[in-house]
Every structure is written in C-alpha cells, then in structure tokens.
Design a protein around this ligand. Structure first.
Ligand code: 6CS
Length: 344
C-alpha cells in the first residue's frame, strides 16, 4: 500500500514539474531586434512586418523593428547583427557582396530575369538560394532566412543614354557593398561611385553623381524621379533583398523558437513574393501619373546588345573570384533555366 502511495506521489510530482517546465518555456518572452535597409511601407518593411506579426501572434516574443536610418546606415547593420547587437537583419543584396562574396550573385548584369513569374518560381525553388547559401551565411555568423525580389532595376540620369559611349565619364552611383556593381558600371562605360543611400539624395542635388539605379517602386517612393530627368530600362538587373538572423542567437534557441522563426520567415516570404509581382507596375504607374513629363526610355534589343556583351566579362570575373562563386553561379543559371521552363 505504502509503495503504491509513493509511486502515485512520484507520478503527480513529475507531472507538476513537467507542467511548470512547459509553461515556463511558453511563458518565456523576449524582445528581438530587427533592423532593415528600408522603411516599414517599402518591400523590406512588408516582409519585416509580416515576420513580426507572425512571431507576435504565435508566441509571447516581440520584435522591435528599426527602419533604415534609425540605427545608422544600412552598411553598419550587418556588423551589428554579426556582433549580436541585433537578432535580425533585412539587407539589400547590393550591400552584401563585399562581406559575403557569393551574394554578388544577385547584382550580376544580365543574369536575373525581369519576368515576375520566372522570378517568383526562382525565389521559391532555387537550389542556389535554398541549399548553397545557408552554409555560406553560417560561415559569416548569420542564419539565412529569405531572399526576395523588389523589382527590375531602372537607371535614372540627367541625360538620355542609348549606348556605353553615352555613359562615358558619367559618375553613376552604385550601392556601396558590391564589387560587382563597380565592375558592371565600368564595363558599361561609366565611372561608378559606391555610395550609401543616405548620401545619394544630396549627391544628385549637387550633381556629385550623374545618375543611379533602383527599382521604380523605390524611385517613386523617394522622389528620385523629381531629382533626375530620364528613367531608362536596360533590362540588366533586379533589386533583391535578404533577411537573416545572428547565427549564435539562432543556434542557442530551443527547437520551438527555431521552428517559430522558420515559419515566420516562410509566411513573410510568401507575402512579399505575392506583393513583388505588382511592385514594378505600381512603381512606374505612379511615376507616370504623378510626373507625366518625366522621360521614360526602354532600350531596344539592338541598344542592349553592347551592354550584354560587356556584361559577359563581369559574369566571368565573378566566377573567377573563387570556386564557390563559380559553383553557385552555375547552380543559379540552372535554377533560372528551370524557372523559365516551368513558367512558359
Ligand atoms: O539604393 C539604395 O541604397 C536603397 N535602395 C533600395 C531599393 N532599398 C534600400 C537601399 O538602401
């Protein structure tokens, strides 16, 4: 009888301990910091807000979002994330190639398609992104969560250009973290000027630069069309962004929180990909409506030919920088071929 009593007491004690442990885990509430290179209504903000809402609706954790400028320049944020000052980072890929060389994959000229259906398929199924980049991010102390598109690159300048000769000597601002963007605009005949976003508006107003590139949704949102005279579609590139976490922070989480973060990233990725299909049309539509005199030029295939020819050397240069660059570029080309075939 006594023995049975002890066993019963032991069982209820164990159950109580397990219940306290379970509730204490679920009651554990942290505030995680998420910095990004854009504002809350921009594409990176749409992703970040969807990520935040998912985390806060499915746990007791909260996410504090720091839009661009609130914690310094976009260039500082990767270091702050790697140092663990921030738990999450939303960053434009054009700021990352200098630190993670393989990330210049996304700034290569005439590699990414401009067709939104192909892009959607690519960003959902790419082996280069989903299998090859995560271990590379880990080597840099980061845990990759997502990479997504923000729109076709459009070039805004003060004078029309239709050939590399027209760009000779033109000081073209490029995002500051990408050796490939510098090589690209040199190959296009221009004089590239790496510059953070925070310095660009002033540089355009004082003619320190003669032009810049960005997707139309950004050009319109930040009034770049009113600071230049003509917007040119060259078809050479696409603006992409990433979301990642500090690896040490992520690794030290329990399985429940790791799963929560992965699910939040998946949810946000789905939302921004749906949004991304509309961004280009939305951006150019608003520019045409709000700035009807602004000149829009679309280079013909004939006019694009010398730019495409020049781009081949830049693609070769990227692949020659390391075996890893070559391997991931080969995989990306295969992924893009599959995306084209599956979306015909
Ligand atoms: O041109 C730039 O630097 C900025 N452009 C975009 C589309 N997002 C953030 C980035 O800093």
């Amino acid at each position: 009888m006594k023995k049975r009593m002890n066993l019963k007491a032991l069982k209820s004690l164990t159950a109580a301990v397990l219940l306290i442990a379970a509730t204490s885990i679920s009651l554990y509430a942290a505030e995680w910091k998420y910095a990004m290179g854009e504002g809350e209504s921009d594409p990176q903000g749409i992703y970040a807000m969807a990520f935040k809402n998912f985390i806060e609706e499915n746990s007791r954790h909260t996410i504090k979002i720091y839009p661009v400028g609130s914690l310094g320049e976009e260039t500082d944020m990767m270091e702050q994330t790697k140092a663990g000052i921030l738990q999450f980072l939303g960053q434009s890929t054009g700021y990352m190639g200098g630190t993670i060389p393989e990330m210049d994959l996304f700034t290569l000229p005439y590699v990414m398609p401009t067709d939104t259906k192909q892009l959607d398929y690519f960003f959902k199924h790419s082996k280069a992104i989903n299998e090859m980049l995560p271990p590379i991010f880990n080597e840099h102390g980061l845990e990759l969560l997502s990479i997504f598109p923000e729109g076709e690159m459009a070039v805004t300048t003060f004078e029309e250009f239709h050939s590399p000769a027209d760009l000779k000597g033109k000081k073209m601002r490029v995002m500051p973290g990408s050796p490939i963007l510098v090589e690209t605009y040199k190959a296009f005949g221009a004089s590239p000027v790496p510059m953070t976003w925070g310095d660009l508006i002033g540089a355009l107003k004082t003619n320190m630069v003669d032009g810049q590139e960005n997707p139309t949704v950004w050009i319109e949102a930040y009034d770049l069309d009113n600071l230049t005279k003509v917007l040119t579609y060259t078809g050479h590139g696409h603006f992409n962004a990433s979301a990642s976490a500090n690896k040490k922070f992520f690794d030290e989480l329990g399985e429940r929180d790791k799963k929560l973060i992965r699910s939040a990233a998946e949810h946000a990725h789905k939302i921004i990909l749906e949004e991304a299909e509309k961004l280009d049309a939305y951006g150019i539509g608003r520019i045409v409506r709000t700035n009807p005199d602004y000149k829009i030029v679309t280079l013909t295939e004939k006019e694009r030919a010398p730019f495409k020819e020049a781009a081949k050397a830049v693609q070769k240069s990227f692949a020659s920088k390391s075996a890893s660059n070559k391997k991931i570029l080969d995989q990306m080309m295969a992924d893009l071929k599959e995306a084209e075939a599956k979306t015909k």
